[in-house]
Design a protein around this ligand. Structure first.
Ligand SMILES: Cc1cc2nc3c(=O)[nH]c(=O)nc-3n(C[C@H](O)[C@H](O)[C@H](O)COP(=O)(O)OP(=O)(O)OC[C@H]3O[C@@H](n4cnc5c(N)ncnc54)[C@H](O)[C@@H]3O)c2cc1C
Length: 363
């Protein structure tokens, strides 16, 4: 039986897992390719539900940039505000969040090795010495080296920050479902009264460059009103995995986070599910090392607990992808007539559609 754990990738999923393992007294090394934790973290957004965050056990408060109460959803012509009376989510500074996770992991006893890009030779060596955790993001080297089923679909993203923006409601994000972006949407996320993040996602298979889709999105009337006179501070492209990987445990190798595709297809949010699955992986690995529990239990456990919600996100995603801007207009009209906007404001859950469905039936 292997004596320790090698976590490949020092993103949030790998660091949350390393912290829990170290707290359980397990010998754990994190290998991060870059020379700093959180390198490139600003390529992604940091919108996280408060409910989900509370389950991750991270002391994230210092990373909070803004508090959100809801979202405005735009179709082609119609729009709908879903706003709660309670705080729903935070926008977090992604780099700070990663650094907090690293500090907590190190504080618990995990070793973090920077400038440690793990390639084929090192993986070959590690496979006989340790339990290997692939937490190396959407294009996982670990997954391809150990021949896990391929993840063949991605959303290409582009986002930028604008200062001096005119922000209609600092407490809400905006989601734009139009015909501009295929199989995803455009969004805005307010950091303050005057700093706004604007982004888009575009299905990889359309072969359109995410920057050109973003440029098209900037011509949207509402976006022009909000950032037409603002100055662009940065612009970054990235990638979101679109599918859950069909298998996430093979022998002594486990995948967590984006490398496992533990991402909500509706929004691309992966920190909560990736982090929760990482915590489950830490428990199973600990029990494997102590009592010989099969590592394959991780696969069963996370799919049982979160598989249905990730599947529902997939269904919702394929629904909104198909209906386009006009269909979204109809949806919005229908939702307003039946009071779905106020229901979601009161009983919505950003992460778990199964919980919303349950609440809907109860109501
Ligand atoms: C535009 C955009 C917006 C997003 N918005 C949100 C949001 O609002 N909320 C949300 O929850 N999620 C969001 N996400 C998704 C979120 O960023 C990911 O789900 C999350 O970062 C996944 O964490 P991870 O630790 O699995 O992988 P990553 O964050 O990708 O970390 C992987 C780490 O592994 C390292 N690595 C890679 N290869 C190697 C190697 N060979 N050796 C050593 N190290 C290696 C990398 O350097 C990196 O540090 C967004 C993503 C994008 C692109």
């Amino acid at each position: 039986m292997q004596g320790g754990v090698a976590v490949i990738g020092g993103g949030t999923a790998g660091l949350i897992l390393a912290k829990d393992l170290a707290l359980n007294g397990i010998d754990v090394d994190v290998y991060e390719a870059h020379g700093e934790i959180g390198y490139g973290a600003e390529k992604a957004s940091g919108i996280l539900s408060i409910e989900g965050l509370s389950q991750l056990g991270i002391n994230y408060k210092e990373a909070v940039v803004n508090t959100l109460y809801g979202a405005t959803i735009y179709g082609q012509r119609e729009k709908m505000l879903i706003k709660a009376k309670r705080k729903m989510a935070y926008i977090l500074d992604r780099k700070k969040l990663a650094m907090i996770c690293a500090k907590e992991a190190e504080g618990a006893g995990a070793r973090i090795n920077l400038n440690a890009k793990i390639g084929k030779e090192r993986l070959e060596q590690l496979r006989s010495e340790k339990i290997i955790v692939g937490a190396d993001g959407p294009v996982s080297n670990v997954a391809s080296f150990f021949s896990f089923p391929k993840m063949d679909s991605y959303i290409l993203t582009y986002k930028a920050e604008f200062s001096g923006a005119s922000i209609p409601d600092k407490e809400c994000v905006e989601l734009f479902f139009s015909n501009i972006s295929k199989k995803f949407f455009g969004w805005t996320a307010p950091y303050s009264d005057s700093v706004l993040e604007v982004g888009i996602g575009e299905w990889m298979k359309t072969r359109r460059n995410s920057y050109s889709v973003f440029s098209e999105f900037l011509k949207n009337k509402t976006i022009t009103e909000e950032v037409g006179n603002a100055s662009k501070r940065s612009g970054l492209a990235s990638l979101i995995p679109f599918n859950v990987r069909k298998r996430t445990v093979k022998g002594n190798v486990i995948l967590v986070g984006d490398s496992a595709g533990q991402v909500k297809s509706t929004t691309g949010g992966g920190i909560i599910f990736g982090g929760l699955c990482a915590k489950m992986a830490a428990d199973v690995i600990t029990q494997h090392i102590r009592f010989g529990r099969p590592l394959s239990d991780y696969e069963k456990l996370w799919r049982r607990k979160y598989g249905m919600d990730l599947g529902l996100h997939k269904i919702l995603h394929s629904y909104y992808s198909r209906i386009g801007g006009r269909g979204m207009d109809l949806m919005i009209k229908f939702s307003k007539v039946f009071g779905i906007d106020s229901f979601l404001g009161e009983y919505g859950d950003m992460d778990r559609p199964s919980v919303v469905i349950k609440r809907l039936f109860i109501k």
